[in-house]
Design a protein around this ligand. Structure first.
Ligand code: C5P
Length: 239
């Protein structure tokens, strides 16, 4: 059974307030998207990576040209949609002629450049044996409060039952595609693949991953990512 990766990178980074989409911001001499691509490509079981870009992206073509040798023929480029789940669906649609229905697909955010190869490998080895699929996640450390619209605290919830959803998320090709298509048809919104699977009635498994697999959302995250990448380089933590 083949393993594929889809890298949604078609966001415009609205919350970041930068003129450059966040996946193209440079840290340690390489844009974030390239860091993320390298982490995925270090996993030899992944046969191809589908990179999903914005239709008006004028940076990818140049970057791809400069990395042709590094990634050989492992990258396929596809145009994204208005929402993340539409971009992922476009990536999956591009695989229709290539993938078997039970092939595994790992979906990973282009703006999570610090994911450790060992975490991806652990996800693959654990989820390959699971009937549905699963995702990397991390436990919640802070006390969790539920608040109302006026920010008044309603209650303290049991954090043991709550996990942060990270990526990659790994599901079977046809089940994932059909689940996202059903979400699109119903007009619902989901922010990750696991949510689409949950809506379809499946129960994905949570696999504990490193907490340094952070997603760049705000400008302050850049400093953190830069430090994490430095630490990982010095202790070989990217492995
Ligand atoms: O916006 P957010 O931080 O949740 O984006 C997560 C990932 O999804 C990013 O890599 C972003 O480029 C991608 N994305 C996409 N298509 C969209 C919106 C986001 O591929 N329409």
């Amino acid at each position: 059974m083949a393993i594929w990766a889809v890298l949604p990178a078609a966001g415009i980074g609205r919350r970041m307030g930068s003129t450059i989409p966040k996946q193209y911001l440079t840290i340690d001499g390489a844009p974030l998207i390239l860091h993320a691509l390298r982490r995925l490509s270090a996993v030899s079981e992944i046969q191809k990576i589908i990179v999903v870009i914005h239709p008006e992206d004028n940076r990818w073509a140049k970057l791809q040209e400069s990395i042709v040798e590094e990634f050989e023929n492992r990258i396929i480029t596809v145009m994204g949609g208005a929402e993340r789940y539409q971009s992922v669906l476009n990536g999956l649609a591009a695989m229709t002629e290539l993938a078997d229905k039970d092939d595994w697909v790992l979906v990973h955010d282009a703006v999570r450049p610090c994911v450790r190869t060992s975490d991806i490998e652990n996800l693959i080895s654990k989820v390959s044996l699971h009937p549905v699929g699963g995702l990397l996640g991390s436990s919640v450390d802070n006390t969790l409060k539920k608040v109302g619209a006026d920010l008044a605290v309603i209650e303290t919830v049991d954090r043991e039952s709550y996990w942060n959803a990270l990526t990659p998320q790994m599901f079977r090709f046809a089940q994932l595609k059909e689940s996202i298509e059903a979400v699109v048809a119903s007009g619902e919104q989901v922010t990750d693949e696991a949510a689409a699977m949950e809506v379809a009635g499946f129960k994905p498994i949570m696999i504990a991953g490193s907490k340094d697999n952070i997603k760049i959302t705000h400008e302050a995250d850049l400093v953190l990512v830069s430090q994490i990448l430095k630490n990982q380089a010095s202790d070989n933590g990217s492995k």
